[in-house]
Design a protein. Structure first.
Ligand SMILES: *Cc1c(COP(=O)(O)O)cnc(C)c1O
Length: 389
């Protein structure tokens, strides 16, 4: 059976070059970067090389890159590290209703512990307006966290303007840039962010490694207590093979940024164009102009996204409904709900994300399969267009 993967925002395969770079660090180069003999120094060198590769991709100084266990950990550290360091200054945090759960659930945890959180409402296309941020700022605001690219609908946020507002008020600005990395240019200095979160497995690197950029001079509390790894801020023997893989993936992402984005965009646009032309009663969510190059978030009216997902899976096609993390629950997507999509439409939504290995034939096969599946499901559907919803 044909296999088509259209869920690159959930995770990506490790590229062959990345894997080859990693392999020796499981076996012959197994040293601990903290050891003082040659084997340790060799490991330390590989660690710092990877740090420089990640730093280079985002225009940071290598000293500002702290490796973590995943993108979620980077988000958690930014929130809890700031809350702990600045709690005597204030206990108010501003974020948005459309963040990843790594951010939302961290904020909800803080709310149970005496902090106040304002969740900004997006515009119908997913954009967070700088003016709304300005209005939400209080005397006791200590952190503003707004993602750079939304993982469900692909909307790119005006982080430069948002960071400038934070700076004007002397408030720390963090951005979850997991979906931005490798897909659009990310330059921490140009954006003016104090902290940014990244993850390797969204850029053709391995799962289980991420990074938090912490601008020089920003004081947040350390995250894991123990040894002196990561400048004493995140203890634990480094996951060296994976960090090396992250570094290589970052280097490739930097070299291929333009061609990667163009490839993803071309096939994504083909998918959107064919689906909207050949299947009735569909609409695309999110901003059409400021959008992740691979993202197509499409609502198919009158039917369930989960049914589409399962029938596509029978045909060897992988897609997601809402975000992978919430797809096991039947809770309607918090992102689409915040965008004002009616609940029954939210349930009929599927996210397709193209990537480096997507081909035109993949898109054609997917659209042909969709036409058949959507028609079949609509025939069975108790609610149809004519009766109205
Ligand atoms: C995938 C993702 C994360 C989580 O990264 P992990 O490395 O899987 O923990 C966080 N934020 C966004 C926007 C993501 O897409």
């Amino acid at each position: 059976m044909r296999e088509v993967y259209l869920d690159y925002s959930a995770t990506t395969p490790v590229k062959e070059e990345v894997l080859q770079e990693m392999l020796p660090y499981f076996t012959e180069r197994f040293g601990n970067p903290s050891s003082l003999y040659s084997r340790g120094l060799e490991a330390k060198e590989a660690l710092e090389h990877a740090r420089a590769q990640v730093a280079h991709l985002i225009g940071a100084d290598p000293k500002e890159i702290f490796f973590t266990g995943c993108g979620s950990e980077a988000d958690n550290w930014a929130v809890f590290g700031t809350a702990d360091a600045l709690k005597s200054k204030g206990r108010h945090i501003i974020t948005t209703k459309i963040e990843h759960h790594a951010m939302l659930h961290s904020c909800e945890f803080l709310e149970k512990n005496g902090f106040h959180v304002t969740y900004l409402e997006p515009e119908p296309d997913g954009t967070i307006l700088p003016q709304k941020l300005e209005e939400a700022i209080r005397e006791d605001t200590i952190l503003i966290s707004i993602m750079m690219v939304n993982n469900e609908v692909g909307t790119i946020e005006p982080v430069r303007e948002l960071a400038a507002i934070a700076k004007k008020h002397g408030i720390l600005f963090h951005s979850d840039a997991v979906q931005a990395l490798g897909n659009i240019p990310v330059d921490v200095k140009e954006i003016g962010a104090d902290m940014m979160s990244f993850s390797a497995h969204k850029i053709y690197g391995p799962k289980g490694v991420g990074a938090l950029y912490i601008r020089k001079g920003v004081r947040i509390s350390n995250y894991l207590h123990g040894g002196a790894q990561e400048a004493g801020r995140r203890a634990g023997t480094e996951n060296l093979a994976e960090i090396v893989g992250f570094g290589k993936a970052a280097q490739l992402a930097e070299e291929n940024l333009q061609t990667h984005a163009e490839h993803c965009r071309k096939l994504r646009d083909l998918l959107i164009q064919k689906v909207t032309a050949e299947i009735p009663d569909v609409f695309v969510n999110g901003s059409m102009e400021k959008r992740h190059p691979g993202n197509a978030n499409i609502t198919f009216k009158y039917i369930e996204g989960e049914s589409i997902l399962l029938l596509l899976d029978y045909k060897g096609i992988s897609v997601s409904t809402g975000s992978a993390c919430s797809s096991k629950s039947l809770e309607p997507s918090h992102v689409l709900t915040a965008l004002g999509v009616p609940v029954e439409m939210v349930h009929g939504t599927v996210r397709f994300t193209t990537g480096d290995f997507t081909t035109e034939e993949d898109i054609e096969y997917t659209v042909d399969s969709l036409k058949e599946i959507v028609a079949r499901l609509r025939e069975l559907s108790p609610v149809d267009g004519k009766k109205g919803w």
